[in-house]
Design a protein around this ligand. Structure first.
Ligand SMILES: Nc1ncnc2c1ncn2[C@@H]1O[C@H](COP(=O)(O)OP(=O)(O)O)[C@@H](O)[C@H]1O
Ligand SMILES: N[C@@H](CC(=O)OP(=O)(O)O)C(=O)O
Length: 470
């Protein structure tokens, strides 16, 4: 029988220092020693992506000293990790880390001189985090007595469109990845791919959106027709709520691709919203596993929903820092073209609409967007509509969602949600239910979201085993 093949993704926490990287390498090595072929995909060391974004902004704002100070800190952190993983000062790894920091420094200086940070240059800069962590993982695998070779996303064959900051893989990527990584695997070498990044056909570096290493791993999983993709995390698996907010959040054993997409879309930071999309056609399972407890099964994400009796809802999530944009006035009244033109304007700006609601009199349309997108949304709408429409932003909002395939056709779920919110004295600003009936979402005051999440979690008894929750 051919060797089983796994793609293993290690996130920022699992790459945060030499000790975490060494531990991650032992998790990969364990499977390799059992005869499994493994492709490793890594994120930047925890915090580095944010640091790169900060220093790029500092350079654009003219503060080159602050940017250089941050680069020096990052350099020390990567050198220290390399040294702790056994790299000699004159080793290839140390030389590569030095060269990457030098190129980063020059790129940042370019931003400073031009006072211009385009989406394209931002992607070039932000992808340094993964380009720097991949050699460290290769070193740690070699420390386990394995042969390893690290590659950038582009070198691994991940070709994308030119949507910098939110790029999507091109169909041609899959064959290219299979050629490039298949050769290494065939030669008994473990490929270590820098996650989060790809390359346009012209060779410009792109990124796949925050949390994009999950997506890199599943793209590679599809290309290689892997048996499974494993995403190692600092949590047990996908949980019934963010464990930082809800103390008794419980691990969910099985989720469907559809449920995971809804959860990620509505703010569960545990997986990239598009991560499962490459797996859907082939039905390759994704496992979310705990690096701290590798024998715990974690969460299995697969095609078919798995509904536990009496538990229609599997999880509660929230997106914070949301704004509701209210469009009101007689001009909306009975004029469907006005509403169509609003959506058109938003689509052209590539703004994600989190929720939409329209009053039945059609004199009001409310749109929930990330607050970071609010100014662009307002500008786009004001350019589009003329006359007597009022367009206002209401900031300080959050979108809370309950997710679960078991809700389909179930009565009383919404009533239980609204009851829990009313019991916690939470005012509901907007309500929406997806036609898939996989979720119900509500817009509420951001200041109330943590309490509301706990109240909803308790009302659906999500912290208890399924049998108890009837
Ligand atoms: N429903 C959820 N289940 C598990 N983790 C969640 C959930 N919602 C939010 N999180 C947060 O996601 C984090 C794990 O995701 P992330 O930091 O992206 O992992 P990594 O960087 O290790 O890939 C956890 O620390 C947790 O606080
Ligand atoms: N480093 C990138 C990509 C990523 O997936 O990271 P993590 O696996 O640490 O969430 C980010 O912070 O967005």
């Amino acid at each position: 029988m051919a060797h089983p093949l796994l793609v293993m993704k290690f996130g920022g926490t699992n790459m945060q220092d030499a000790q975490a990287i060494r531990h991650s390498a032992t998790l990969a090595a364990r499977s390799i020693r059992e005869g499994v072929k493994v492709v490793v995909v890594v994120s930047a060391m925890a915090g580095v992506t944010n640091q790169l974004l900060r220093l790029a902004d500092a350079a654009q704002g003219g503060d080159i000293a602050a940017a250089n100070d941050e680069i020096a800190l990052m350099r020390t952190r990567h050198f220290t990790a390399a040294q702790d993983l056994g790299a000699a000062p004159d080793s290839d790894t140390v030389r590569e880390i030095r060269e990457l920091h030098e190129t980063l420094r020059q790129s940042i200086y370019g931003v400073y001189l031009l006072r211009e940070l385009t989406p394209r240059s931002r992607d070039l800069i932000v992808a340094f985090g993964e380009r720097l962590s991949a050699p460290l993982m290769a070193l740690a695998l070699e420390g386990q007595g394995l042969r390893a070779h690290h590659l950038t996303g582009g070198q691994a064959g991940i070709m994308t469109d030119a949507h910098f900051g939110n790029a999507r893989p091109l169909p041609g990527s899959y064959e290219r990845i299979s050629d490039r990584l298949g050769g290494l695997l065939g030669a008994g070498v473990t490929p270590v791919v820098a996650g989060f990044m790809g390359e346009t056909e012209e060779g410009a570096i792109t990124t796949l959106g925050r949390g994009g290493t999950d997506f890199s791993a599943t793209i590679i999983g599809k290309a290689l027709d892997a048996d499974e993709v494993w995403a190692w995390k600092d949590v047990d698996g996908v949980m019934s709520a963010d464990p930082r907010v809800v103390g008794d959040a419980r691990n969910i054993e099985v989720l469907s691709y559809g449920e995971v997409m809804e959860l990620a879309y509505f703010g569960a930071k545990v997986l990239h919203p598009l991560a499962v999309t490459p797996l859907q056609e082939s039905g390759i399972p994704l496992r979310v596993k705990s690096a701290a407890d590798p024998d715990f099964p974690g969460t299995l994400v697969q095609e078919a929903p798995h509904n536990e009796a009496g538990q229609p809802v599997k999880a509660v999530t929230a997106i914070r820092r949301v704004s509701v944009i209210n469009v009101t006035g007689a001009g909306v009244l009975g004029v469907p073209e006005v509403v169509a033109s609003l959506f058109d304007a938003i689509a052209r700006e590539n703004i994600t609409l989190l929720m939409v609601s329209q009053s039945s009199s059609m004199s009001n349309v409310s749109l929930a967007v990330q607050s970071a997108d609010a100014a662009r949304t307002l500008a786009a709408l004001r350019r589009t509509v003329t006359g007597e429409l009022r367009i206002e932003e209401q900031p300080g909002v959050a979108v809370l969602a309950i997710v679960g395939a078991g809700m389909r056709g179930q009565k009383g779920v919404a009533a239980r949600l609204f009851g829990a919110l009313a019991g916690d004295d939470v005012n509901i600003l907007m309500i929406s239910q997806g036609s898939s009936e996989l979720n119900i979402s509500v817009a509420i005051e951001d200041a109330q979201v943590e309490g509301a999440t706990r109240a909803v979690h308790a009302a659906f008894r999500l912290g208890e085993p399924a049998a108890a929750a009837n």
